[in-house]
Write a protein that binds this ligand. Sequence first.
Ligand code: NDP
Ligand code: HSE
Length: 435
Amino acid sequence: MDSIKVGLLGLGVVGGGTWKVLARNRQEISRRAGRNIEVTRVAVRDVAKARKLLGPDVPVDANPHAVVNDPTIDIVVELIGGDTLSRELVLEAIKNGKHVVTANKALLAKHGDEIFAAASQRGVMVAFEAAVAGGIPIIKAMREGLTANRIEWVAGIINGTTNFILSEMRSRGLSFDTVLAEAQKLGYAEADPTFDIEGVDAAHKLTLLASIAFGIPVQFDKAYIEGISKLASEDIKMAERLGYRIKLLGITKRRPQGIELRVHPALVPAKSLLANVEGAMNAVLVKGDAVGQSLYYGKGAGEEPTASSVVADLVDVARLMTSDPEHRVPHLAFQPDAMSDTPILDIGDVVTSYYLRLTVADQPGVLAELAKHLADAGISIGSMIQQPNDASDMADLIFLTHEALERNVAQAITKIEALPFVRSRVTRIRMESLA
Ligand code: NDP
Ligand code: HSE
Protein backbone atom coordinates (compact mmCIF):
# COMPACT_ATOMS: atom_id res chain seq x y z
CA MET A 1 0.00 0.00 0.00
CA ASP A 2 1.16 3.56 -0.68
CA SER A 3 2.69 5.39 2.25
CA ILE A 4 0.75 8.21 3.95
CA LYS A 5 2.27 11.55 3.02
CA VAL A 6 2.50 14.09 5.80
CA GLY A 7 3.13 17.82 5.53
CA LEU A 8 4.63 19.15 8.75
CA LEU A 9 4.00 22.81 9.60
CA GLY A 10 6.52 23.79 12.29
CA LEU A 11 9.65 22.00 13.44
CA GLY A 12 10.09 23.50 16.90
CA VAL A 13 9.74 21.66 20.21
CA VAL A 14 6.77 19.51 19.16
CA GLY A 15 7.49 19.41 15.40
CA GLY A 16 11.10 18.38 16.06
CA GLY A 17 9.91 15.71 18.52
CA THR A 18 7.40 14.41 15.99
CA TRP A 19 10.08 14.12 13.30
CA LYS A 20 12.40 12.24 15.70
CA VAL A 21 9.75 9.82 17.01
CA LEU A 22 8.51 9.03 13.49
CA ALA A 23 12.09 8.38 12.34
CA ARG A 24 13.13 6.31 15.36
CA ASN A 25 9.99 4.13 15.53
CA ARG A 26 9.31 3.99 11.80
CA GLN A 27 8.91 0.22 11.60
CA GLU A 28 6.86 -0.17 14.77
CA ILE A 29 4.55 2.63 13.63
CA SER A 30 3.99 1.21 10.16
CA ARG A 31 3.26 -2.23 11.67
CA ARG A 32 0.54 -0.53 13.70
CA ALA A 33 -0.82 1.79 11.01
CA GLY A 34 -0.69 -0.81 8.25
CA ARG A 35 1.16 1.72 6.05
CA ASN A 36 4.32 3.78 6.20
CA ILE A 37 3.85 7.30 7.50
CA GLU A 38 6.29 9.62 5.80
CA VAL A 39 6.97 13.33 6.28
CA THR A 40 7.37 14.47 2.69
CA ARG A 41 7.34 18.26 3.12
CA VAL A 42 8.03 20.69 5.96
CA ALA A 43 7.40 24.42 6.51
CA VAL A 44 9.29 26.60 8.98
CA ARG A 45 10.55 30.19 9.15
CA ASP A 46 14.24 29.35 9.39
CA VAL A 47 14.90 26.88 6.57
CA ALA A 48 18.64 26.53 7.24
CA LYS A 49 18.01 25.55 10.88
CA ALA A 50 15.42 22.95 9.82
CA ARG A 51 17.85 21.44 7.29
CA LYS A 52 20.20 20.51 10.12
CA LEU A 53 17.58 18.23 11.64
CA LEU A 54 15.96 16.95 8.43
CA GLY A 55 19.00 16.33 6.26
CA PRO A 56 19.01 17.01 2.49
CA ASP A 57 16.11 14.85 1.26
CA VAL A 58 12.93 16.45 2.63
CA PRO A 59 11.76 19.65 0.88
CA VAL A 60 11.53 22.58 3.31
CA ASP A 61 9.51 25.72 2.59
CA ALA A 62 9.34 29.07 4.29
CA ASN A 63 5.78 29.34 2.96
CA PRO A 64 3.38 27.01 4.84
CA HIS A 65 0.62 27.58 2.26
CA ALA A 66 2.77 25.70 -0.27
CA VAL A 67 2.56 22.59 1.93
CA VAL A 68 -1.17 22.92 2.55
CA ASN A 69 -1.80 23.26 -1.19
CA ASP A 70 0.48 20.40 -2.23
CA PRO A 71 -1.85 17.81 -3.85
CA THR A 72 0.41 14.91 -2.81
CA ILE A 73 -0.02 15.58 0.93
CA ASP A 74 -2.64 13.43 2.75
CA ILE A 75 -2.34 14.80 6.30
CA VAL A 76 -1.29 18.28 7.43
CA VAL A 77 0.24 18.41 10.90
CA GLU A 78 -0.09 21.94 12.31
CA LEU A 79 2.58 22.63 14.95
CA ILE A 80 3.11 26.34 14.44
CA GLY A 81 0.87 27.61 17.26
CA GLY A 82 -1.10 30.85 17.59
CA ASP A 83 -4.61 31.26 16.25
CA THR A 84 -4.36 33.47 13.18
CA LEU A 85 -2.06 31.91 10.59
CA SER A 86 -2.79 28.45 12.00
CA ARG A 87 -6.56 29.00 11.56
CA GLU A 88 -6.03 30.02 7.94
CA LEU A 89 -3.80 27.02 7.26
CA VAL A 90 -6.06 24.48 8.94
CA LEU A 91 -9.17 25.74 7.13
CA GLU A 92 -7.23 25.77 3.85
CA ALA A 93 -6.05 22.19 4.43
CA ILE A 94 -9.63 21.08 5.18
CA LYS A 95 -10.89 22.85 2.06
CA ASN A 96 -8.27 20.94 0.09
CA GLY A 97 -9.65 17.66 1.50
CA LYS A 98 -6.69 16.96 3.77
CA HIS A 99 -6.93 15.50 7.24
CA VAL A 100 -5.40 17.62 9.99
CA VAL A 101 -3.50 16.77 13.16
CA THR A 102 -2.79 19.62 15.56
CA ALA A 103 -1.44 20.23 19.06
CA ASN A 104 -2.89 23.74 19.05
CA LYS A 105 -5.33 24.15 21.93
CA ALA A 106 -5.45 27.95 21.56
CA LEU A 107 -6.68 27.52 18.00
CA LEU A 108 -9.32 24.89 18.82
CA ALA A 109 -10.56 26.56 22.01
CA LYS A 110 -11.30 29.72 20.02
CA HIS A 111 -12.17 28.42 16.57
CA GLY A 112 -12.97 24.75 17.22
CA ASP A 113 -16.65 24.96 16.27
CA GLU A 114 -15.83 26.56 12.91
CA ILE A 115 -12.99 24.10 12.23
CA PHE A 116 -14.92 20.96 13.22
CA ALA A 117 -17.95 22.06 11.19
CA ALA A 118 -15.78 22.65 8.12
CA ALA A 119 -14.08 19.27 8.61
CA SER A 120 -17.40 17.42 8.99
CA GLN A 121 -18.74 19.07 5.85
CA ARG A 122 -15.63 18.10 3.87
CA GLY A 123 -15.52 14.59 5.40
CA VAL A 124 -12.03 14.95 6.87
CA MET A 125 -10.67 14.38 10.36
CA VAL A 126 -9.16 16.94 12.73
CA ALA A 127 -7.28 15.07 15.43
CA PHE A 128 -5.97 16.93 18.49
CA GLU A 129 -4.81 14.49 21.19
CA ALA A 130 -1.64 16.53 21.79
CA ALA A 131 -3.64 19.69 22.45
CA VAL A 132 -4.69 18.55 25.93
CA ALA A 133 -2.28 17.22 28.55
CA GLY A 134 0.62 16.56 26.13
CA GLY A 135 1.44 12.87 26.15
CA ILE A 136 -1.60 11.66 28.12
CA PRO A 137 -4.20 10.07 25.80
CA ILE A 138 -7.03 11.87 27.60
CA ILE A 139 -9.00 12.76 24.46
CA LYS A 140 -9.05 9.11 23.39
CA ALA A 141 -9.96 8.00 26.92
CA MET A 142 -12.84 10.44 27.32
CA ARG A 143 -14.13 10.32 23.77
CA GLU A 144 -14.02 6.56 23.39
CA GLY A 145 -13.09 4.73 26.61
CA LEU A 146 -15.69 6.52 28.76
CA THR A 147 -18.41 6.69 26.14
CA ALA A 148 -20.86 4.68 28.27
CA ASN A 149 -20.80 7.27 31.03
CA ARG A 150 -22.70 10.39 31.91
CA ILE A 151 -19.70 12.48 32.91
CA GLU A 152 -20.29 14.41 36.16
CA TRP A 153 -17.06 16.39 36.42
CA VAL A 154 -13.50 16.68 35.25
CA ALA A 155 -10.71 18.21 37.35
CA GLY A 156 -7.17 18.41 36.15
CA ILE A 157 -3.69 19.76 36.40
CA ILE A 158 -3.39 20.55 32.72
CA ASN A 159 -0.58 23.06 32.55
CA GLY A 160 2.91 21.69 33.08
CA THR A 161 4.62 25.08 33.41
CA THR A 162 2.51 26.30 36.33
CA ASN A 163 2.60 22.94 38.07
CA PHE A 164 6.39 22.96 37.68
CA ILE A 165 6.54 26.47 39.14
CA LEU A 166 4.28 25.67 42.10
CA SER A 167 6.14 22.41 42.83
CA GLU A 168 9.60 23.99 42.75
CA MET A 169 8.51 27.02 44.79
CA ARG A 170 7.01 24.74 47.44
CA SER A 171 9.64 22.02 47.63
CA ARG A 172 12.86 23.93 46.87
CA GLY A 173 11.90 27.43 47.92
CA LEU A 174 12.94 28.76 44.48
CA SER A 175 11.62 32.07 43.19
CA PHE A 176 8.84 32.32 40.61
CA ASP A 177 11.14 33.88 37.98
CA THR A 178 13.91 31.28 38.37
CA VAL A 179 11.51 28.38 37.88
CA LEU A 180 9.73 30.03 34.95
CA ALA A 181 13.07 30.49 33.16
CA GLU A 182 13.81 26.79 33.71
CA ALA A 183 10.38 25.78 32.31
CA GLN A 184 11.07 27.90 29.22
CA LYS A 185 14.47 26.26 28.76
CA LEU A 186 12.88 22.81 28.98
CA GLY A 187 10.37 23.70 26.24
CA TYR A 188 7.25 23.47 28.47
CA ALA A 189 6.19 27.11 28.30
CA GLU A 190 4.07 28.62 25.54
CA ALA A 191 5.62 31.15 23.15
CA ASP A 192 3.92 33.75 25.37
CA PRO A 193 4.41 32.39 28.91
CA THR A 194 1.67 34.64 30.32
CA PHE A 195 -0.70 32.12 28.70
CA ASP A 196 0.67 29.54 31.14
CA ILE A 197 0.98 31.74 34.21
CA GLU A 198 -2.38 33.45 33.89
CA GLY A 199 -4.26 30.18 33.37
CA VAL A 200 -5.17 30.84 29.73
CA ASP A 201 -3.47 27.71 28.37
CA ALA A 202 -5.21 25.56 30.99
CA ALA A 203 -8.53 27.21 30.07
CA HIS A 204 -7.95 26.41 26.38
CA LYS A 205 -7.51 22.76 27.30
CA LEU A 206 -10.38 22.69 29.79
CA THR A 207 -12.72 24.18 27.20
CA LEU A 208 -11.99 21.22 24.92
CA LEU A 209 -12.41 18.72 27.77
CA ALA A 210 -15.77 20.26 28.72
CA SER A 211 -17.04 19.93 25.16
CA ILE A 212 -16.02 16.29 25.03
CA ALA A 213 -17.39 15.56 28.52
CA PHE A 214 -20.79 17.20 28.10
CA GLY A 215 -21.36 17.47 24.34
CA ILE A 216 -21.47 21.28 24.36
CA PRO A 217 -19.99 23.71 21.83
CA VAL A 218 -16.46 25.01 22.43
CA GLN A 219 -16.93 28.14 24.61
CA PHE A 220 -13.56 29.48 25.71
CA ASP A 221 -14.98 32.99 26.08
CA LYS A 222 -17.24 31.80 28.93
CA ALA A 223 -14.45 30.20 30.99
CA TYR A 224 -13.52 31.80 34.32
CA ILE A 225 -9.73 32.19 34.39
CA GLU A 226 -7.42 33.05 37.27
CA GLY A 227 -3.69 32.25 37.14
CA ILE A 228 -0.92 31.88 39.70
CA SER A 229 0.81 35.25 39.35
CA LYS A 230 -0.92 36.74 42.39
CA LEU A 231 -0.28 33.77 44.70
CA ALA A 232 1.78 34.71 47.75
CA SER A 233 4.41 32.30 49.01
CA GLU A 234 2.93 32.66 52.51
CA ASP A 235 -0.30 31.07 51.25
CA ILE A 236 1.67 28.18 49.71
CA LYS A 237 3.31 27.66 53.14
CA MET A 238 0.08 28.12 55.09
CA ALA A 239 -1.74 25.63 52.85
CA GLU A 240 0.96 23.08 53.63
CA ARG A 241 0.62 23.73 57.36
CA LEU A 242 -3.12 23.11 57.12
CA GLY A 243 -2.67 19.81 55.24
CA TYR A 244 -3.24 21.11 51.72
CA ARG A 245 -1.28 21.97 48.58
CA ILE A 246 -2.06 24.70 46.10
CA LYS A 247 -2.48 23.56 42.50
CA LEU A 248 -3.68 25.36 39.39
CA LEU A 249 -6.79 23.32 38.57
CA GLY A 250 -9.07 23.24 35.58
CA ILE A 251 -12.53 22.18 36.72
CA THR A 252 -15.64 21.56 34.69
CA LYS A 253 -18.70 20.25 36.46
CA ARG A 254 -22.29 19.45 35.55
CA ARG A 255 -24.75 21.19 37.86
CA PRO A 256 -28.56 21.31 37.61
CA GLN A 257 -28.49 24.95 36.39
CA GLY A 258 -25.59 24.57 33.95
CA ILE A 259 -21.93 23.78 33.60
CA GLU A 260 -19.06 25.14 35.65
CA LEU A 261 -15.99 25.97 33.56
CA ARG A 262 -13.20 27.43 35.65
CA VAL A 263 -9.42 27.59 36.02
CA HIS A 264 -7.90 28.90 39.25
CA PRO A 265 -5.47 28.00 42.01
CA ALA A 266 -7.09 25.72 44.57
CA LEU A 267 -6.19 24.13 47.88
CA VAL A 268 -6.43 20.36 47.55
CA PRO A 269 -5.91 17.87 50.40
CA ALA A 270 -2.18 17.03 50.59
CA LYS A 271 -2.96 13.31 50.57
CA SER A 272 -5.08 13.45 47.40
CA LEU A 273 -3.63 12.06 44.19
CA LEU A 274 -3.74 15.42 42.43
CA ALA A 275 -1.80 17.12 45.24
CA ASN A 276 1.05 14.71 44.55
CA VAL A 277 1.31 15.43 40.85
CA GLU A 278 4.61 17.32 40.77
CA GLY A 279 6.84 19.08 38.25
CA ALA A 280 5.64 19.34 34.67
CA MET A 281 3.47 16.25 35.08
CA ASN A 282 -0.23 16.54 34.30
CA ALA A 283 -3.17 14.57 35.66
CA VAL A 284 -6.84 14.56 34.82
CA LEU A 285 -9.43 13.13 37.16
CA VAL A 286 -12.73 12.23 35.51
CA LYS A 287 -15.91 11.29 37.36
CA GLY A 288 -18.35 9.22 35.32
CA ASP A 289 -21.60 7.83 36.70
CA ALA A 290 -20.74 4.25 35.75
CA VAL A 291 -16.98 4.09 36.13
CA GLY A 292 -16.66 6.38 39.18
CA GLN A 293 -13.42 8.33 39.36
CA SER A 294 -10.58 7.50 36.97
CA LEU A 295 -7.22 9.23 36.83
CA TYR A 296 -4.97 9.85 33.81
CA TYR A 297 -1.41 10.85 34.61
CA GLY A 298 1.70 11.55 32.58
CA LYS A 299 3.94 14.14 30.97
CA GLY A 300 1.87 17.11 29.93
CA ALA A 301 4.45 18.95 27.85
CA GLY A 302 7.84 18.66 26.18
CA GLU A 303 9.25 17.42 22.92
CA GLU A 304 8.70 13.67 22.76
CA PRO A 305 5.77 13.27 25.19
CA THR A 306 3.75 15.65 23.02
CA ALA A 307 5.06 14.01 19.85
CA SER A 308 3.77 10.72 21.24
CA SER A 309 0.22 12.09 20.97
CA VAL A 310 0.79 13.70 17.56
CA VAL A 311 2.04 10.40 16.14
CA ALA A 312 -0.83 8.47 17.79
CA ASP A 313 -3.22 10.79 15.94
CA LEU A 314 -1.35 10.20 12.68
CA VAL A 315 -1.77 6.46 13.12
CA ASP A 316 -5.47 6.90 13.98
CA VAL A 317 -6.04 9.01 10.88
CA ALA A 318 -4.07 6.57 8.74
CA ARG A 319 -6.28 3.72 9.94
CA LEU A 320 -9.56 5.59 9.52
CA MET A 321 -9.03 7.64 6.37
CA THR A 322 -10.53 4.98 4.15
CA SER A 323 -13.59 4.57 6.38
CA ASP A 324 -16.96 6.20 5.82
CA PRO A 325 -16.87 9.68 7.48
CA GLU A 326 -20.24 9.06 9.18
CA HIS A 327 -18.82 6.09 11.03
CA ARG A 328 -15.78 7.83 12.46
CA VAL A 329 -15.58 8.97 16.10
CA PRO A 330 -17.12 12.49 16.23
CA HIS A 331 -14.60 15.28 16.83
CA LEU A 332 -16.16 16.25 20.17
CA ALA A 333 -17.39 12.75 21.17
CA PHE A 334 -21.08 13.54 20.52
CA GLN A 335 -22.70 13.57 17.09
CA PRO A 336 -22.70 17.16 15.72
CA ASP A 337 -26.52 17.23 15.57
CA ALA A 338 -26.78 16.02 19.18
CA MET A 339 -24.86 18.80 20.89
CA SER A 340 -26.48 20.34 23.95
CA ASP A 341 -27.09 24.03 24.69
CA THR A 342 -26.68 23.69 28.47
CA PRO A 343 -25.35 27.09 29.58
CA ILE A 344 -21.96 27.75 31.14
CA LEU A 345 -22.48 29.14 34.64
CA ASP A 346 -21.16 32.48 35.79
CA ILE A 347 -18.41 32.20 38.42
CA GLY A 348 -20.84 33.79 40.92
CA ASP A 349 -22.98 30.65 40.69
CA VAL A 350 -20.13 28.29 41.58
CA VAL A 351 -20.35 26.49 44.91
CA THR A 352 -17.14 25.48 46.69
CA SER A 353 -15.24 25.97 49.96
CA TYR A 354 -12.84 28.83 50.55
CA TYR A 355 -9.57 29.71 52.24
CA LEU A 356 -9.69 33.32 53.40
CA ARG A 357 -6.69 35.16 54.89
CA LEU A 358 -6.61 38.70 56.22
CA THR A 359 -4.75 40.92 58.65
CA VAL A 360 -6.74 42.64 61.40
CA ALA A 361 -6.14 44.87 64.41
CA ASP A 362 -5.72 42.56 67.41
CA GLN A 363 -8.55 43.88 69.58
CA PRO A 364 -11.75 42.64 71.27
CA GLY A 365 -14.84 42.00 69.12
CA VAL A 366 -12.99 41.55 65.82
CA LEU A 367 -13.64 37.84 65.47
CA ALA A 368 -17.28 38.18 66.48
CA GLU A 369 -17.90 40.85 63.87
CA LEU A 370 -16.13 38.91 61.11
CA ALA A 371 -18.09 35.77 61.99
CA LYS A 372 -21.32 37.78 61.84
CA HIS A 373 -20.53 39.12 58.35
CA LEU A 374 -19.79 35.62 57.13
CA ALA A 375 -22.94 34.23 58.76
CA ASP A 376 -25.08 37.03 57.28
CA ALA A 377 -23.85 35.96 53.82
CA GLY A 378 -24.76 32.33 54.54
CA ILE A 379 -21.13 31.27 54.88
CA SER A 380 -20.38 28.66 57.51
CA ILE A 381 -16.87 28.58 59.03
CA GLY A 382 -15.20 25.15 59.02
CA SER A 383 -12.12 26.19 61.00
CA MET A 384 -10.14 29.27 61.88
CA ILE A 385 -6.60 30.01 63.00
CA GLN A 386 -5.05 33.16 64.33
CA GLN A 387 -1.34 33.79 64.19
CA PRO A 388 0.80 36.72 65.26
CA ASN A 389 1.67 39.32 62.68
CA ASP A 390 5.09 41.05 62.53
CA ALA A 391 3.36 44.15 63.93
CA SER A 392 2.54 43.47 67.58
CA ASP A 393 -0.90 45.12 67.47
CA MET A 394 -2.11 43.08 64.52
CA ALA A 395 -2.97 39.45 63.82
CA ASP A 396 -3.35 37.29 60.75
CA LEU A 397 -6.56 35.28 60.52
CA ILE A 398 -7.20 32.31 58.28
CA PHE A 399 -10.73 30.97 57.80
CA LEU A 400 -11.57 27.73 56.02
CA THR A 401 -15.24 27.77 55.09
CA HIS A 402 -17.75 25.08 54.30
CA GLU A 403 -19.25 25.12 50.81
CA ALA A 404 -20.74 28.48 49.90
CA LEU A 405 -22.00 30.32 46.85
CA GLU A 406 -19.17 32.34 45.25
CA ARG A 407 -21.41 35.40 44.83
CA ASN A 408 -22.10 35.44 48.59
CA VAL A 409 -18.40 35.07 49.38
CA ALA A 410 -17.51 37.94 47.06
CA GLN A 411 -20.13 40.17 48.74
CA ALA A 412 -18.95 39.25 52.23
CA ILE A 413 -15.34 40.01 51.27
CA THR A 414 -16.31 43.46 49.99
CA LYS A 415 -18.05 44.24 53.30
CA ILE A 416 -15.22 42.79 55.40
CA GLU A 417 -12.56 44.79 53.55
CA ALA A 418 -14.45 47.97 54.44
CA LEU A 419 -14.38 47.28 58.20
CA PRO A 420 -12.19 49.72 60.16
CA PHE A 421 -10.16 47.03 61.94
CA VAL A 422 -9.30 45.12 58.73
CA ARG A 423 -5.75 46.03 57.65
CA SER A 424 -5.31 44.03 54.42
CA ARG A 425 -7.17 42.84 51.39
CA VAL A 426 -8.78 39.44 51.90
CA THR A 427 -6.87 36.70 50.10
CA ARG A 428 -9.41 34.21 48.77
CA ILE A 429 -8.39 30.83 47.38
CA ARG A 430 -10.97 28.20 46.50
CA MET A 431 -10.73 24.71 48.00
CA GLU A 432 -11.56 21.45 46.25
CA SER A 433 -12.02 18.17 48.10
CA LEU A 434 -12.14 16.23 44.78
CA ALA A 435 -14.46 13.77 46.47
P1 NDP B 1 7.87 26.26 18.85
O1 NDP B 1 7.90 27.72 19.00
O2 NDP B 1 8.95 25.46 19.48
O3 NDP B 1 7.83 25.88 17.30
C1 NDP B 1 7.04 26.58 16.37
C2 NDP B 1 7.45 26.15 14.97
O4 NDP B 1 6.60 26.80 14.04
C3 NDP B 1 8.88 26.55 14.60
O5 NDP B 1 9.50 25.52 13.87
C4 NDP B 1 8.69 27.79 13.73
O6 NDP B 1 9.68 27.94 12.75
C5 NDP B 1 7.39 27.46 13.04
N1 NDP B 1 6.71 28.66 12.59
C6 NDP B 1 6.29 29.72 13.32
N2 NDP B 1 5.73 30.65 12.53
C7 NDP B 1 5.81 30.18 11.27
C8 NDP B 1 5.43 30.68 10.01
N3 NDP B 1 4.84 31.87 9.87
N4 NDP B 1 5.68 29.92 8.93
C9 NDP B 1 6.29 28.72 9.03
N5 NDP B 1 6.67 28.19 10.20
C10 NDP B 1 6.44 28.91 11.31
O7 NDP B 1 6.45 25.78 19.39
P2 NDP B 1 6.06 24.39 20.07
O8 NDP B 1 6.59 23.27 19.27
O9 NDP B 1 6.37 24.45 21.52
O10 NDP B 1 4.48 24.45 19.98
C11 NDP B 1 3.79 24.15 18.78
C12 NDP B 1 2.31 23.93 19.11
O11 NDP B 1 2.20 22.83 19.99
C13 NDP B 1 1.64 25.11 19.81
O12 NDP B 1 0.31 25.19 19.38
C14 NDP B 1 1.70 24.70 21.29
O13 NDP B 1 0.68 25.29 22.06
C15 NDP B 1 1.48 23.21 21.16
N6 NDP B 1 1.95 22.40 22.27
C16 NDP B 1 3.21 22.58 22.75
C17 NDP B 1 3.68 21.76 23.76
C18 NDP B 1 5.07 21.88 24.30
O14 NDP B 1 5.39 21.15 25.24
N7 NDP B 1 5.91 22.75 23.77
C19 NDP B 1 2.83 20.70 24.34
C20 NDP B 1 1.52 20.61 23.75
C21 NDP B 1 1.11 21.44 22.76
P3 NDP B 1 11.22 28.34 13.11
O15 NDP B 1 11.76 27.14 13.85
O16 NDP B 1 11.87 28.51 11.82
O17 NDP B 1 11.11 29.55 13.97
N1 HSE C 1 2.68 25.31 27.91
C1 HSE C 1 2.00 24.07 28.06
C2 HSE C 1 2.22 23.57 29.48
C3 HSE C 1 2.52 23.07 27.07
O1 HSE C 1 3.06 24.11 30.18
O2 HSE C 1 1.53 22.64 29.89
C4 HSE C 1 1.66 21.86 26.98
O3 HSE C 1 0.42 22.14 26.45
